[in-house]
Design a protein around this ligand. Structure first.
Ligand code: C5P
Length: 223
């Protein structure tokens, strides 16, 4: 069974996807980690983010290895574990240049489909998982929340990681990313294309219960 979870940053989808995968005992694929890893490679090489050709070359030459378990996705870039390094705020500002480059998207989409084919059952999370990568998925969710709520959540996470960043910086960054990212999941907002959940006033536990309930309803599966 393939379950896709798409939506904006800070909607709670990463935590919900991890917990859902653990409940279903299937691997969890964090596709944002792949875009972030390419962005980290761009940062490390000091490449010009406006040089689209150079970015494609950097993505092509990257060795990305993903280890997907029920509660984690660990990423190795060129043989080094970068699972933590890709979360730095400095990587956030380069990621949009990577994510809006169609040739890089094509490379990563192909890789994600291969992972899906080899794992067969998985919970995959990103922006285009139900719309582009796995249009034949068994269950498709879109998680969303208000911009302020999402910025609040992301700001807390970054402060906890020791990043010195203001609420407004985080809010502006999310707002900018939304403008590019929302195109990816827009088709899922058409009637009947996905189950949309507004998590603004929900705890993670409540979100996971809602996901599990929906999956149980359509598959008759008890979790
Ligand atoms: O999910 P996360 O915030 O880690 O993703 C980082 C960035 O990678 C997103 O803002 C988005 O631009 C990009 N992304 C994407 N398609 C995906 C996953 C992530 O464009 N499937």
């Amino acid at each position: 069974m393939i379950v896709t979870i798409d939506g904006p940053a800070g909607s709670g989808k990463s935590t919900a996807a991890r917990k859902l995968a653990a409940r279903l005992v299937v691997p969890y694929l964090d596709t944002g980690a792949m875009y972030r890893s390419i962005a980290l490679r761009v940062v490390n090489l000091g490449a010009d983010v406006n040089d689209a050709e150079a970015l494609v070359e950097i993505a092509r030459a990257a060795r990305l290895d993903l280890d997907c378990g029920p509660t984690f996705t660990r990423v190795k870039l060129d043989g080094h574990d970068v699972s933590e390094a890709i979360r730095a705020f400095s990587v956030n500002s380069v990621t949009p240049y990577v994510a809006t480059n169609q040739r890089i998207r094509d490379l990563l989409v192909e890789k994600q489909r291969k992972i899906g084919q080899s794992l067969k059952a998985l919970v995959t999370e990103g922006r285009d998982q139900g719309s582009v990568v796995f249009p034949e998925a068994d269950v498709k969710f879109v998680l969303d929340a208000s911009l302020d709520k999402r910025a609040q959540r992301r700001h807390q996470e970054l402060l906890a990681d020791g990043e010195e960043v203001s609420f407004n910086q985080v809010r502006d960054n999310l707002d900018r990313r939304d403008r590019d990212d929302s195109r990816q999941w827009a088709p899922l907002l058409q009637p009947g294309q996905s189950v949309r959940i507004d998590t603004s006033r929900m705890s993670i536990a409540q979100v996971v219960e809602r996901l599990v309930d929906h999956i149980s309803q359509i598959t008759g599966r008890q979790s």
